[in-house]
Design a protein around this ligand. Sequence first.
Ligand code: HEM
Length: 581
Amino acid sequence: MPCVLRPCPRPACALCARAAQRSIASAASRSACRRWRVLLRVQIARQRCCAVRVGWVTRQLRGSSYIPLPPAVVLLVSLLILPITLKTFLLLWHKPKKTERFFFDQGLLGPPYRFLLGNLTEMVSLMLAASSKPITPPFSHNILPRVLSFYNHWNKTYGSTFLFWFGPTPRLAVADPELIREIFITKAEFFDRYESHPLIRQLEGEGLVNLSGHQWALHRKLISPVFHIDNLKMLMASVGETMVGILEKVAATAAANGGEGGVEVDVAELYHSMTEEAVTRSTFGRSSFDDGKVVFQLQTKLMAFAAEAFNRVFIPGYRFLPTVRNRIRWKLDREIKEKLLKLVSCRKEAAAAGEAKYLLRQMSSPAAAGISHSDIVEECKTFFFAGKQTTTNLLTWTTVLLAMHPEWQDRAREELRRVCGACDLPSMADLPNLKTLGMIVNETLRLYPPAVATIRRAKADVELGGYRVPRGTEILVPIIAVHHDAGLWGPDAERFNPARFAYGASRAARHPNAFMPFGLGERTCIGRGLAVLEAKMGLAAVLRRFKIRVSSNYVHAPTVLMMLYPQYGAPVIFSRICEDR
Ligand code: HEM
């Protein structure tokens, strides 16, 4: 019979050796023992010896005498730990693997699930590698590999619809417009908006963007009239003037510099005051005022903190710890709420005058019964965040693209001369007639959409383009990937060619829903009309006064920081046009 006894794992254990010798001596003295019994004793002695050593170590650690745990306690602890371990195994391994097989069996492939983190590690390293170098060739519009590198990477291996893992949650990347149409329009009732990360939610506010069900429907109904074109005309009157004020300062600086070479302006900063003006008008019906400006400043600071926290390793519950940074974030959030509450309270009294509709007026109307001050504050937060950053972004990229493509500047300027005549700024009646400018804005939104992707969550089992998608699956719609797809936009998909929008957005690509910078369906962007009007107004004011070209300091490096940003700013040279209009 082979000996099943194993030697003590510590060969140099002197205590074990002595105990073994004692055992052998006592066994030999009785002389009746067989060899295997001796060995058994040796092993028992060694185990006892090791237990003594463990007890000694434990005593040292506890600093008290060694008290063995009663078996009942051991049993209880095991009974508690076992189900937790089992549940963890089921949730973090068995279930994801089962779901993975479920999708793989239907032909939906993707990178394999890894315990707990899913594919997060690969995603982060792909994104970090991509954002560490600028685009090549330097002004290429083929930005997908840099901006959504993980999508670009897996798309090459698994196709445009594939499965990946955001932690233990399955995510389907869907870039086929037919399927996207189902998600947003024909089967929208099966999908919920994705619940944003709490740090983003804190920034966005618990307004329209983050509401659902009945509350969302009520808020959307109340707010929609603010963005009706006739109402926007009233709100927009002062927006152009704000832009003119900003550009006069640029012109003065250019003149002070001698005028010839022009002046370098970071356009990522240029448009802030104009977009703030538009948002405060649509929220409070009044011009930009100091408290409103303070809120924007606080939100910008909070955004920087959120972005920083977002880029760190995610530790569940960390945001609740009173660390220095968390305390600053809480303070900023508190200040934003207090400032907005003050504005809401004092503006509510003055809400009756004037014809224009704006957020505060709509949410104080009799139809808004049951809506509290704090609901209004959250909605203001949403407006301030969603309305400012997105439009500033759009204006930044459009200016950069016009600076890169002077032929389109000339065409837009020519149109402005034709439509607006001698007027400095387009009137509200002129804006819809600025077709070339509209095409330029659309082409910018196609190539550089401020919102690069959006996410939905299946709230029930649903069939999507013939695939069965289980409840709880998240769907990533990579807007930017759809916008750069040569199969939809033709072989020149990476070229800046506004002419493709000559017959309207729905006819610009091979699929009518291939262009979706503002989302699709019932949850489409409520502020799209305002954003496009602002963009046209701001660009018209620039093009009437300046020729623009890219600065030699500009590095073309679009990156995602909640939205699509120029990683190193957007310096553009503004040269005054000296001509009689
Ligand atoms: C270029 C500018 C803008 C872009 C690219 C943009 C983009 C988007 C997108 C893609 C969505 C849909 C998100 C989804 O379906 O998951 C959205 C929703 C929304 N946007 Fe915008 N947006 C812009 C400007 C604005 C402005 C100016 C405002 C308000 C002043 C605004 C307020 C909102 C709100 C409240 C929603 C949520 C609508 C709902 O869920 O009912 N956006 N936006």
